[in-house]
Design a protein around this ligand. Structure first.
Ligand code: AMP
Length: 945
């Protein structure tokens, strides 16, 4: 057996037989899921001795680790002994195999991937014969080729070296040796080594590539001559990107893909839109001419625009969607993933074969922006996986004006971050379109085969400045001197094809002229574009378009059915052993269903889900602790205490019910919120919820709120019904866990772009969630959700409140009160209401009415007026909030309140008073004693100011 494991180590790892860490990792992986380790390892681990009767999972790791170290040591000793008796020839054979592996590991460092030749060559001693104690004298000797896919078992050393040089050191620099999975690694080696990284493409294919290159160059030349100096973030220098995208789409169509979603930043975007997605050039020209092309909203600059179209491929029609993108370059990547996942879910595409995500990045941003790491991290998780993404870096070797790698990153390549998920990385010289084509094909095939991310680093250059108004030689003199004399990728390729007799010089020129002619004639220039697209390939948004804002919506639900659903939700099948506290929650819910107990928040919220599922709406809930809820109020996922399996009652409401997905997310806010935005903008029929663990966590996703959620509709006409649950409330938990920064959301509110609500009863959250989906309007919903209120004795509702009510944007004063005797109105939002109501009762202040504004935006002016109009004797109106004066709703909403109060009595609004914490730089005090005193004071102020 010892022999067996050493052989395995030897064959599957480049490193020495003492590589116990590797085996240990494999073993841990095997314990997790035996199917994920290579078959030979699985077999070995299966046979390992273990304490009698204990299952695989119980095998203690430490003795096994010791065994591996032990074996490694023995092997090294054995090697030392055999080496001394080994023949010189055998020794050399080993060295040759090491040389082969050295090329596999480090060949990319010597590869010719930089079209400008500016990359400072890294000395790679491992690739020298002498490093392996070989010499020129050995070049004619024959050696075994081992696992090198050379097509020969044995070959003279010079041929082996030549094949290695051709495979690993020409236009493609391959990084694959960081991949642990042997099958994947071998598959990739085979793809490159068997054709020496340069397959022979047919003349037809190469002519097509030249035609696409001519299109790429032709558009930029045309725009440069017609609009000199106008910003367009041109693709010049990276033209190979267009044949690359063409190949990616056509080939994925061949695999049966039905939709491709593309995310990319500015550079090359217009080119892709026109030459691949088939945007009509005349539309683009209109945009260059500054014409307003949308009727409503702010619109956006042309290089942020998205687009949709269908193209024909060998596998049939494929729908293409390019995401709208703000200036934060990398943030669109998780949005694309979310959109892809929504499309895959819609198609019940569990493998990801039907929808392909393609994320195009800039080199500096890829290396610089943290959301890239977050997006990789999500790529294999259950909540976010999309069957692998093809990442393309348009690497023009200069980020804005910063170009020196020492300033842009600490890693060797801009793509090194991708190694964290063991993605293969192909660095390819943009001036070699054949190599680009090969890298593209292998990348797509790899994704299809292994369902994992893959990266193509298209190493090119930027012929002009960051934008067309910039003069780049001011900051990059050496690079731009080189670029000035450097022929374009198209002319280099045309010359090569002419020299190789693939086509005549005239024919090559003809491609340029035909393109120019089509462009000036205003014809479509994406040759695969389908003029009458099959609309069933994408979602029909028309039911959701053109609705004016409305807040009052009938969200009632049949009582009998509600009770049935409530009962079903409380059922847990026999065999699922429920943990004690969770069992109590379910027991209480049964009592609530039977009418023996008032309804709490958790039950009302989950009932909202049950009713929506019953009405045919899919639901997706994600966030850091959403299964149970940060404060354990939800418990939508029951963990079987016997075996760790989970049971989700909402997934078992009825046969054929819509999808109910609930996933604890990994610990990210930025990427996951962007993902859910992408999902929600693609799946209008569903309720999509992202819950922050605490509301302040949303800080980490501010860019998503600013650039997508609050403004996506006005900039791009993209509707979004995403719901965000942000726990908010002052309970003495210190500066970070008190506030979801309500003020920031309110400050961004305009043109009814989103809804900001602070529900305070279980019935209110029930109706609010239902309103979000039942109504065809799609607007983001920001909920300041409760913490202690989840269990507050007064924050309860009845089943009747759920069945018959609706979401009240304003909750009027509660209890019997003589309206004429009310002298003071306190307006508030959120949990402070319960403190105020308590104080009023304790102090018998019947002259005070307390109203809750449950929807702060769009501000419910009419509803509020209705609620106060009978208080004719009022002389004081106070806005009471828990937040410091510079935060919360005070500054953003007071003008709305004043306007309504003025309607009650002229001038009353002007004197609206503020009761709350004093203005503060931090959201809340860090000491419980200070918090308590402040809270007492602000409540008292509300009554006495
Ligand atoms: P897509 O599948 O993203 O290419 O979208 C197909 C079409 O649906 C688009 O051309 C739009 O007309 C429409 N559409 C997609 N997403 C939205 C959205 N979030 N809001 C409004 N319309 C949309």
């Amino acid at each position: 057996m010892q022999q067996g494991i050493m052989e395995l180590m030897w064959r599957t790892s480049h490193m020495s037989g003492g590589n116990a860490h590797y085996v240990e990792a494999l073993f841990e992986q095997y314990l997790e899921d035996p199917d994920t380790v290579p078959q030979e390892w699985r077999h070995y681990f299966d046979q390992m001795p273990r304490p009698e009767g204990s299952p695989a999972h119980d095998v203690p790791l430490a003795p096994i680790r010791d065994e591996f170290y032990q074996l490694g040591r023995q092997r090294r000793t054995a090697q030392a002994t055999t080496a001394s008796v080994d023949s010189g020839e055998n020794k050399k054979q080993v060295k040759v195999l090491q040389l082969i592996n050295a090329y596999r590991f480090r060949g990319h460092q010597k590869a010719d991937i930089d079209p400008l030749g500016l990359r400072s060559p890294t000395p790679v001693p491992d690739l020298d014969l002498s490093f392996h104690q070989l010499s020129k004298a050995d070049l004619d000797s024959e050696f075994q080729t081992g696992s090198f896919f050379m097509g020969l078992d044995k070959a003279p050393l010079k041929e082996i070296v030549e094949a290695l040089e051709q495979t690993y050191c020409r236009s493609i620099g391959c990084e694959i040796m960081h991949i642990v999975d042997t099958e994947e690694k071998r598959w990739l080696q085979q793809r490159f080594e068997s054709v020496r990284s340069a397959p022979k493409f047919s003349s037809e294919v190469r002519k097509h590539v030249l035609e696409r290159l001519s299109a790429a160059e032709g558009l930029e030349t045309y725009l440069a001559s017609k609009y000199p100096g106008t910003k367009r973030f041109g693709l010049e220098g990276g033209e190979s990107f267009i044949p690359m995208m063409d190949e990616l789409i056509q080939r994925s169509g061949g695999y049966g893909t039905k939709e491709v979603v593309i995310g990319m930043a500015h550079r090359g975007r217009l080119n892709l839109l026109v030459n691949i997605l088939g945007k009509n050039p005349s539309e683009l020209i209109d945009e260059f001419d500054g014409k307003k092309v949308i009727e409503r909203g702010s619109g956006d600059v042309k290089y942020h625009q998205g687009f949709s179209s269908n193209v024909m491929t060998p596998g049939g029609e494929v729908h293409l969607a390019m995401s709208f993108n703000p200036s934060h370059l990398e943030i669109v990547a998780p949005v694309v993933e979310g959109s892809v996942r929504a499309r895959q879910d819609r198609r019940d595409d569990l493998t990801g074969d039907k929808v392909l995500p393609v994320n195009v990045h800039g080199d500096a941003a890829f290396a610089g922006q943290g959301v890239v790491m977050e997006t990789f991290q999500m790529s294999q998780t259950r909540a976010y996986q999309t069957g692998g993404t093809v990442h393309i870096v348009i690497n023009n070797q200069v980020g804005f004006t910063t170009s020196h790698p020492k300033d842009t990153r600490s890693t060797e390549y801009c793509t090194d971050i991708a190694k964290m998920v063991q993605a293969p990385i192909f660095h390819v010289n943009g001036d070699d379109p054949d190599a680009v084509l090969h890298a593209t094909q292998v990348a797509l095939d790899y994704r299809h085969q292994f369902k994992r991310d893959v990266v193509i680093d298209l190493v090119c250059y930027r012929r002009r400045g960051h934008n067309e108004a910039d003069e780049p030689s001011g900051t990059q003199p050496m690079m731009y001197r080189k670029i000035k004399d450097h022929p374009s990728a198209r002319s280099l390729y045309a010359q090569r094809l002419v020299e190789q007799g693939v086509l005549s010089e005239e024919a090559a020129k003809g491609l340029v002229e035909t393109y120019r002619h089509d462009l000036t004639a205003g014809n479509h220039v994406a040759n695969a574009l389908v003029q009458e697209p099959n609309t069933s390939l994408f979602v029909d948004w028309t039911p959701y378009l053109g609705h004016e804002w409305s807040g009052d919506v009938d969200t009632s639900f049949d009582m009998k059915r509600l009770q049935q659903l409530a009962a079903r939700m409380c059922e847990v099948p026999d065999g699922v052993e429920v943990q004690r506290q969770v069992a109590k929650i379910y027991e209480d819910r049964r009592k609530m269903q039977a009418g023996g107990l008032a309804l709490n928040w958790g039950f009302a919220e989950t009932l909202a889900y049950a009713t929506l599922l019953d009405q045919g709406h899919p639901i997706r809930v994600t966030g850091q602790d959403v299964g149970r809820g940060t404060f354990s109020h939800r418990h939508a996922v029951v963990h079987n205490q016997k075996n760790g399996d989970v049971y989700v009652p909402l997934q078992h409401m009825a046969d054929g019910q819509p999808r109910f997905t609930i996933h604890d997310s990994f610990l990210s806010e930025e990427a996951v919120l962007a993902f859910e935005y992408g999902y929600a903008t693609t799946m209008p029929s569903a309720l999509i919820i992202w819950e922050a663990q605490f509301g302040d966590f949303v800080n980490g996703a501010q860019v998503v709120v600013d650039q997508f959620i609050s403004s996506g509709e006005t900039k791009w006409g993209r509707l979004c019904g995403l719901t965000m649950l942000l726990p908010h409330g002052y309970e003495g938990q210190g500066p970070e866990h008190s506030s979801a920064r309500l003020e920031r959301f309110l400050q961004m509110c305009a043109e009814q772009n989103m809804q900001v609500c602070v529900p305070t009863t279980p019935a209110q959250i029930f109706h609010l969630l239902r309103r979000q989906v039942i109504r065809p309007l799609r607007k983001p919903l920001i909920v300041m959700s409760p913490k202690s209120l989840l269990r507050h004795k007064d924050a309860t509702s009845s089943l009747e409140d759920l069945a018959h009510g609706k979401f009240d944007m304003v909750l009027p004063d509660q209890g019997e009160r003589d309206a004429a005797k009310v002298e003071r109105i306190i307006l508030c939002a959120g949990k402070v209401y319960y403190d105020l109501a308590n104080w009023r009762e304790e102090n018998a202040r019947d002259d005070v009415a307390i109203l809750r504004i449950e929807q702060l935006y769009p501000f419910p002016k009419e509803t509020l007026f209705e609620a106060i109009k009978d208080f004719s004797s009022v002389d004081t109106v106070v806005w009471c909030q828990e937040e410091p004066q510079n935060q919360g709703a005070w500054y953003s909403s007071q003008h709305h309140m004043r306007a309504v109060i003025d309607e009650l009595r002229e001038g009353l609004g002007r004197d609206l008073k503020f009761a709350g914490r004093p203005a503060s730089a931090a959201p809340a005090a860090g000491y419980m004693s200070v918090h308590t005193e402040q809270q007492r004071q602000l409540v008292e102020d509300a009554f006495n100011l």
